[in-house]
Ligand binder design. Structure first.
Ligand SMILES: CCC1=C(C)/C(=C/C2=NC(=C\c3[nH]c(/C=C4\NC(=O)[C@H](C)[C@H]4CC)c(C)c3CCC(=O)O)/C(CCC(=O)O)=C2C)NC1=O
Length: 181
């Protein structure tokens, strides 16, 4: 598993070069935005169960076949597995956002997931849609612009521009979607 710092060392090593000034500037920016990043991770993790249940409810509303006999979440066992998978994905996205690097998500969550889903007959289109709903929710949580649920979900944080962190979080959700699609 890599983070923003070890990633720079590994890529410099692969070209046999020292860490250059542009890499150091990137890392300075990473440190300067550290508190924002922690707030962004907190925004996601404090709302995780709401985001997961909302996303799974969403796919079930959009596609009634999922809860019908032989559907993807038909039986409590499969519904429980689906909710758990949503939580796993969100947890690994939050780890990647904390580290500023996707390797933990890629290596420990997404590696082989497409094959697992194919073997079990988990409908990947619906799974990707659930991830897309979580992405929409998470990006509004990170920018603190969420107004689709109770207003109390807005967090008391120092005002600032979190658009870059929101875009970074979005890119991790996109990796999940492309890994299973
Ligand atoms: C380390 C990270 C990690 C991941 C990512 C993971 C995923 C994962 N999801 C599974 C199952 C599953 N995943 C789902 C998920 C869904 N079904 C749907 O229709 C929805 C679209 C979707 C929810 C959004 C379902 C229903 C199963 C059970 C399938 C079955 O047993 O028939 C399984 C098979 C074993 C089990 O049932 O527990 C694995 C390994 N496990 C891990 O340890």
């Amino acid at each position: 598993m890599l983070d923003a710092f070890s990633r720079k060392a590994v890529s410099a090593d692969s070209s046999g070069s020292f860490i250059g000034s542009s890499e150091l500037a990137d890392l300075k920016a990473f440190i300067a935005d550290g508190n924002k990043r922690l707030d962004a991770v907190n925004a996601i993790t404090s709302n995780a169960s709401c985001m997961v249940s909302d996303a799974v409810a969403g796919i079930c509303c959009e596609n009634s076949g999922l809860t019908a006999p032989n559907g993807g979440v038909y039986t409590n066992r499969k519904m429980a597995a689906c909710l758990r998978d949503g939580e796993i994905v969100l947890r690994y996205v939050s780890y990647a956002l904390l580290a500023g690097d996707a390797s933990v998500l890629q290596d420990r969550c997404l590696n082989g997931l497409r094959e697992t889903y194919a073997a079990l007959g988990v409908p990947t289109g619906s799974a990707a849609r659930a991830v897309a709903i979580m992405k929409a929710a998470a990006t509004t949580m990170v920018t603190n612009t969420n107004n689709t649920t109770e207003p109390k979900r807005k967090m008391a944080v120092t005002q600032g521009d979190c658009s870059a962190l929101s875009a970074e979080a979005a890119s991790y959700f996109d990796m999940v979607i492309s890994a299973i699609s």
